[in-house]
Write a new protein. Sequence first.
Length: 441
Amino acid sequence: MSSVKNIAEPERPQTATVSVVGMGYVGLPLAVAFDEADQNVIGFDIDQSKIDTLNDGIDTTDGDIGDDRIEDSEIQFTSDAATIGDADYAIVAVPTPVDGQGTPNLDFVESAGETVGEQISPGTTVVLESTVYPGATEEVLVPAIERVSGYTEGKDFHVGYSPERVVPGTDRTISDVVKIVGANDEDVRDDLTDLYERVVAAGVYPAPDVKTAEAAKVVENTQRDLNIALMNELSVAFEHIDLDTDEVLDAAATKWNFHDGYRPGLVGGHCIPVDPNYLSYRTEQEGFSPDLIKQARETNEHMPSHTAQLTLKALNKSGKVPRQSRLLVMGLTYKPNVADIRTSQINGVIEELQSYDVDVVGHDPHADDEMMAEAFDIDIADDLALEDYDGVILGTNHDAYDDFDLKDASEELNDDPVLVDVPGRFDSTAAESHGFAYKRL
């Protein structure tokens, strides 16, 4: 990618026209943020039904934004790609999944690049926000734009990279999280810094180039994956030697330099299980296999199976036969207090228990019942009535379960009940004192 512009950098007004390409969990909140910062915003998506829903004032992100903010916005929601030609900035926020082998799929990025390229006006700056491997903006997005438009990056249009960093289920909005902006041209980087400062009160960090910004995004979540993997491996090890993982970690945390920010758990979501694969894929193309990163992924991918095996041990401890047992899984979304079930690792727990003919029923106060029933292939309970269940698996630590009482639950459940506490919410001694066969990671 050239770092020299052959056209004059356009004067950017304080009210710019921003086209956000992709109205998903990343693009829609960003479009709303720019709209509320008094920018002219075009919200583009190829899914006409989604556009119709948004134009009806309905939030399509399971409540992350709220219907009122959608209805009150002045965003031009459209599936007409020609509107991209009116934009000063085209921000691409499309999915970047991996396949079953962890290989990155950048088809959506390439397709979005072609759509932008068909409509782009000279002088436009294109920004990629999707998670990619270092180099993908230059290797995938830019060629797609150039191929279709006939334009040349650095001469006719500019590019930058600014990864999305908001964590769903927290009170941190786009404005509250420092925004990384990377560009290979200093003027473009300064211009994008100014643009994002209009919506990010926490500040903007200018990365020296696009690749550095791309790498920073995948490293953020690779670090988390590695730390959680260590905790998960410790939990498996301590299970073998009959130690309580939480008690060990609590004791270790009394040392001043022990990092106490991580605990064992199921690693779902659209970032932590995905981003390390993007980094590994890119380095392996250059002949280096990051074994530690890959081993961490394998460890975390093993945890649903391990959780299922803990459940079977608890059933055995209670003298229950798996094929005659009925369990309620409380919490099916991938993290607390969100409605997203798409990458929930509790599915692996359910599937393995079903392979032993355990009857599994689910409950979640955040997600849609029909969607859960279809995704997990289980019945969904309307409430938390515990009669006729042999035990409970707490899968996701929703605030809505704060009132779950061990004493009352043990009296409602069948005799010698099982409690498998994935997030480690309950005290083991208290659970066992109420007659539970208790297991946690």
